[in-house]
Design a protein around this ligand. Structure first.
Ligand code: SF4
Length: 91
């Protein structure tokens, strides 16, 4: 059975608000930023958004919808078993 996959589609739009981090943490009952499957790192050119594959075990629609800048998309994909998150590759 396919499951939903959270993907960072527009990282350049990120403003570093970390609402996505809090949304993910809320789903696992944590109030802190620690151990979140989403990490936002400030860089020279804005923010980098790092997703741990375990984020796909959460309600990814809620995480995507909370982002005020629309940085994420939710895609169908991944199997119940095996690798569920893969980076885009140049073919
Ligand atoms: S909610 Fe969106 S804008 Fe805010 S930190 Fe997360 S990805 Fe960036």
């Amino acid at each position: 059975m396919n499951k939903k996959i959270l993907k960072v589609s527009f990282p350049e739009k990120c403003i570093g608000c970390e609402l996505c981090v809090l949304a993910a943490q809320r789903q696992v009952g944590k109030a802190s930023f620690e151990g979140s499957p989403i990490r936002i790192m400030g860089g020279k050119k804005g923010y980098d958004i790092h997703l741990d594959p375990s984020v796909n075990d959460l309600d990814v629609n809620k995480i995507s919808e909370i982002c005020p800048k629309g940085c994420f998309s939710v895609e169908e994909g991944g199997q119940e078993e095996g690798l569920e998150f893969k980076a885009e590759e140049d073919v």
